[in-house]
Design a protein around this ligand. Structure first.
Ligand code: HEC
Length: 147
């Protein structure tokens, strides 16, 4: 009696596994693309360092600066120029000021700069950018100050 019960249970488990296996192979269900080498995760730069692998790349100051640089070149350089001197292609047309000017930098506060970027001013359009990006752009302008 015990044996028969076990056999029946075994068959039940077997059937369940088989059914699951078949479901898994059903071409209509889910993602069944052909596996390619690209499906491999790229090798982690942390690999081999005591077996610790970061789940996600940690935001580094370096990548943040890359993003700010990109935001500047995309949104600001057309008027203010690559370095902020007001010599972008549209600079003269809108009279973009030289943001590296030391005297201006003395007068203006970070908050005022951020305000101008967010709200615009005259020919300067408003930019709806995330606050960390605005802060980064302000820092970038500060670091471009002419000595
Ligand atoms: C279409 C051209 C244009 C673009 C694009 C532009 N600006 Fe300007 N910007 C101006 C002009 C013109 C002024 C001068 C505004 C005024 O004082 O009348 C100005 C002024 C400024 C000022 C100084 C404001 C002050 O206090 O005198 C800052 C800071 C500034 N821009 C930052 C930026 C940043 C950062 C970006 C990109 C996110 C940007 N600008 C994009 C044209 C532009």
């Amino acid at each position: 009696m015990r044996r028969r019960h076990d056999r029946a249970l075994g068959r039940l488990v077997y059937t369940a596994v088989l059914a699951a296996g078949l479901l898994g192979c059903d071409p209509a269900s889910g993602d069944v693309r052909q596996w390619t080498a690209a499906d491999h995760d790229p090798p982690s730069p942390n690999e081999g360092q005591g077996g610790k692998v970061a789940a996600r790349p940690v935001a580094s100051t370096e990548t943040d600066q890359g993003l700010i640089e990109l935001a500047w070149q995309r949104n600001c350089a057309s008027c203010h120029g690559r370095a902020g001197r007001g010599d972008g292609p549209q600079g003269p047309m809108v009279r973009a000021p030289d943001l590296t000017n030391a005297a201006w930098q003395e007068r203006v506060t970070d908050a005022q700069m951020a305000e101008t970027i967010k709200k615009g001013k005259d020919k300067m359009p408003a930019f709806d950018l995330p606050q960390p990006v605005i802060d980064g752009l302000v820092k970038r302008i500060r670091s471009s100050r002419a000595r």
